[in-house]
Design a protein around this ligand. Sequence first.
Ligand code: MRU
Length: 344
Amino acid sequence: MSIPLSIELNDKEFRILDQQKLPHVVEYLTLETLEDVYDAIVTLKVRGAPAIGITAAYGLAKAAERYETNILEEFHLQLNKDFLYLANSRPTAVNLVWALERLRSSVENAVTVQEAKVLLLEEAVNIHQEDEASCRNIGEYALSLLEDQTKVMTICNAGSIATAKYGTALAPFHLGSERGKKFEVFACETRPVFQGSRLTVWELQQSGVDVTLITDGMAAHTIGAKGIEAIIVGADRIAENGDTANKIGTLNLALLAKAFNIPFYVAAPSSTFDLTIKSGKEIPIEERPAEEITHIAGKQVAPLDTKVFNPAFDVTPGEYITAIITEKGIIYPEYTKNIPSLIN
Ligand code: MRU
């Protein structure tokens, strides 16, 4: 049993697990150019907020290694151009811009181009390593909230392959599995692109966690029928008041948790908080191609020319969130007061 990883760096290259091909094909893909990195993010070969940030960081650092100029000013101009290109690949997960900004800040005081190139790669490695440590801490805090044998529901994949390792919402299950703790996880399949069935079920099986797949529409019935005791999800961006953007369908689960009177937890590292925004109203929601809904595995399942609305995320108001589990500790309401005091 092992916990799968999605991003690898060796002497020459960095590779990602191609998540489009899972669960049937486990294949790593070398990202050579900036365009490869952009494409991998847009087409969900790599996805999940922290993993997108780490990939963009390596992508920018590796692209900068290939800049031919020795003039710092030209170096910074090209870096800013590539920064903007990658920053526009996906709009909702704030970890993307957060990681790119960390790289840009790391070279502000560089004296030579050569030094800047080294600093960029070092910072990307730092981001990668810090995320693994953060996810481990999130797992520990989450374990303190979930008793052994708990039946827990989740949506999308906020797992090891969406981060450096362990994941956020799935971290307690991986750590629990290492320690002989038993959870029963119910994974929503997560239409339209099936991160739940293709990724979460596969990932938890790799780790030896008891996981049951349901369709998204079965969530309400399953909470009652199977006695679900808690819901835990990841996040793409959390505003100062706790409003949380996450995979479409998350809001449904939050409303169900309230109706069934069970806790609804969000698990996320501090890189997912955006304290420049006061509420979820300011979070940009990505809309993705209609084909994700009209087609399943390449086969058309809706009439030709069907009108489609395909938002990839929704925003759960902070008032529906029992607690937000971070690597720095567990945050309870009142979020407007408690988020800035822990995260800043
Ligand atoms: O569109 P995706 O697959 O990138 O959406 C991912 C999610 O919504 C995750 O729950 C979130 O990024 C947290 S990953 C630790």
